[in-house]
Design a protein around this ligand. Sequence first.
Ligand code: FAD
Length: 415
Amino acid sequence: MDFNDTPEEAAYRTKARAWLSKNAEPIDPNEPAADPLAEREDEKTIQAAKAWQAKKFDEGWACITWPKEYGGQGGTTMQNVIFNQEQARFKTPPNIYTIGHGMLGPTIMTHGTPEQKAKYVKRMARGEEIWCQLFSEPAAGSDLAGLRSSALRDGDDWVINGQKIWSTGAHFSKWGMIVVRTDPNAAKHAGLTYFIIDMESKGIEIRPIKQINGGSGFNEVFFTDARVPDANRLGAVGDGWRVALTTLMNERVAIGAGSAAGGFKNLLKLARDTRRNGRPALQDSAVRQRLADFWVKQQGLKYTGFRTLSALSQGKTPGPEGSIGKAVGAPMAQELAAFAVELQGPLGATRDHAYSVHEALWQNNWLGVPGMRVAGGTDEILKNIIAERVLRLPPEIRLDKDLPFRDIPTGPPHK
Ligand SMILES: Cc1cc2nc3c(=O)[nH]c(=O)nc-3n(C[C@H](O)[C@H](O)[C@H](O)COP(=O)(O)OP(=O)(O)OC[C@H]3O[C@@H](n4cnc5c(N)ncnc54)[C@H](O)[C@@H]3O)c2cc1C
């Protein structure tokens, strides 16, 4: 198997690298790479990210796989992969568009009316407005179809009541995509409807959640008689689950791509820059053994990732085996962070830049990385997918699947 670029891909890579060299500063290969989990909600970062996205849009590098009529480049998935690989070599603002560009844009393009596509997609591509995903609720995460927030029809509007949680970036988003229950008498997957909602509407309260790493990247969002026009409905009434599945399928791909970030390189740099028993930790045989273990595992992940790339380059859609990358990669990222903190000895316990190595990059990563084992599908849910859809084991028993939602015996009765 040859993993090299085809001549066309190599030419595209050269073109992308030339544009990036002209417009961004390259990353010094001796510096540790930026932490992909670093908090990114401050106003200055958001403005910098918006400016970078607008520049890419204006010069033909935004949303590479989207059709040109929606502000994309009409390019291939491999071109998108190549541009992202090249962009990772440069200092650019963090990507605050993973949810919009990776998940919600494709959902509107698949299920939206011509008016909805014309109104939202191009502006989303230029990054002028940020979008958030309002799916999870306090009692509906893995079991998303068990959600209880409701919408009732009132003239040309729907009236939404309920609560969402873990809504990343809701506090700086203009638009949200929300799934709510519109028919409690239907079976739980059948009574849902999907809407686009203006986050500045009356009746929406956004409360940031304080996280252990000091940031507030995600929120609780409360809806009290919030109105959304029927024109903002995406898909038919009662068809929200099918629309949501498009978002979720794209989420796996978007998150999978992000979790490939190079933690091992940072760990190697830390082992060079940290002293243990009077010499660089990298010279310690026990440390070297752990590094070798991580490297072997990382190579396995790299080549498993190449299967996805090969499928993409042949125009195929990657299958459920794509879940393996996150099922193995997220726990490994957590082990890596724990080892990096341990390697720093007592100083691993401080995030004070005066004492910590590499500006406490690993301490911050260690606090944020458990979330990667939950976001976009927990370890157990990914294992279920692999068991059922890759290994073809018998499916999990789902007793509530065909019952009217109102009759499912959990929690207080639905009002
Ligand atoms: C960093 C981060 C960002 C997020 N951003 C968003 C966002 O922008 N928008 C949004 O809507 N949501 C977001 N989420 C929420 C995320 O989608 C949910 O946390 C996730 O789906 C898990 O749901 P839950 O937290 O309710 O856990 P639960 O589903 O309650 O799971 C609790 C535990 O039970 C296990 N479990 C559940 N069901 C099964 C089963 N069938 N078999 C075996 N074990 C099971 C789980 O694996 C887990 O260990 C985000 C989460 C994180 C961590």
